[in-house]
Design a protein around this ligand. Sequence first.
Ligand code: NAD
Ligand code: MG
Length: 388
Amino acid sequence: MLGATGSIGLSTLDVIARHPQRYQAFALSGFSRLAELFALCVRHRPRYAVVPEAAAARGLQAQLRDAGLATVVLVGEAGLCQVSADPEVDAVMAAIVGAAGLRPTLAAVEAGKKILLANKEALVMSGALFMQAVRKSGSVLLPIDSEHNAIFQCLPQDHARGLAAVGVRRILLTASGGPFRQTPLEALADVTPEQACAHPNWSMGRKISVDSASMMNKGLELIEACWLFDARPAQVEVVVHPQSVIHSLVDYVDGSVLAQLGNPDMRTPIANALAWPERIDSGVAPLDLFAVARLDFEAPDEQRFPCLRLAREAAEAGDSAPAMLNAANEVAVAAFLERRIRYLEIASIIEEVLNLEPVVAVNELDAVFAADAKARALAEQWLSRHGR
Ligand code: NAD
Ligand code: MG
């Protein structure tokens, strides 16, 4: 479990704890919340724990030893890549947030593991290379993102033959619209990180919460859908659906539209991917359609959500554009959470970075990281000029 201490990590541990006969946590990684990581190790007794640096590793190792646990603490990206590729591991939950998850997730892909992909940024950055590595190793790639998991469930199992071959016309990617769907446009200039993180339907980490508020999350998901399902950007339509009960839909050429519904709780897609092609109890309450009562749909407002337009443009440009979009967004969101910039400046930074830097081919991982680094440097320059 790459990113065990996060929102997805904790939901995953909740699901596997319901099925001790079936699942055992082999390795748990944490980054800043190391007291929580220790508590998770006590509860789940993994073979390995992974932390970012050596001093923290020594501290955690001593704590674990005092608690009578045999868990071995590994360090950094090398430690993450080691556990991802360990021969005893069947499945890797990729739930680190952001670009930091790319190398460890790819290590799992190259080792042919079953990949439970929450870390959408990894696929957005390196889509072509990532999917090439999946095909080469024969790794099974299962989406955890609720929308992509829904699409996966609505597609036939042989969809890898191509969307046209299986009669798919369009993918309808649903979006809640986030906390600012109805905020007066003139009030957006003053919204705070707390408001951005107060999602109406989902409880998530802070970075993805801000992405949901700006709808960059839906933009990243559009790119993610193109790679996972071999779709063109124009085949993916974003549909705002404020109740977050329909998690996405697939539109077939015969006029059939298949949807997956459920309560907004990530344990459903996690359990679905963990047990696929079987089904297991996730702990999620049954959907009460009478309580839901109605399902609303509206078109996304690109004036309100410029990040969605920027992401669609990057999807269409391809090559290094999605990696740059993602990197500029990561820097901008972190700056917004630190109150160095205002909410509307997130889109300004990304747009400027994408305008300044030409799109280049990315035929190897080094080129992806070079595009990522370049975009981060340009975003930092913007911050040093305009940020607080
Ligand atoms: P989170 O912030 O709650 O957790 C992030 C995890 O990543 C933590 O375990 C943290 O220790 C680890 N981490 C952070 N920075 C790291 C670094 N530099 N190196 C190594 N580890 C690091 O985030 P989350 O909400 O659990 O989201 C995780 C991923 O799943 C993201 O890519 C997000 O887009 C995706 N996702 C989340 C949800 C959700 O409901 N939370 C839904 C769909 C997709
Ligand atoms: Mg999602």
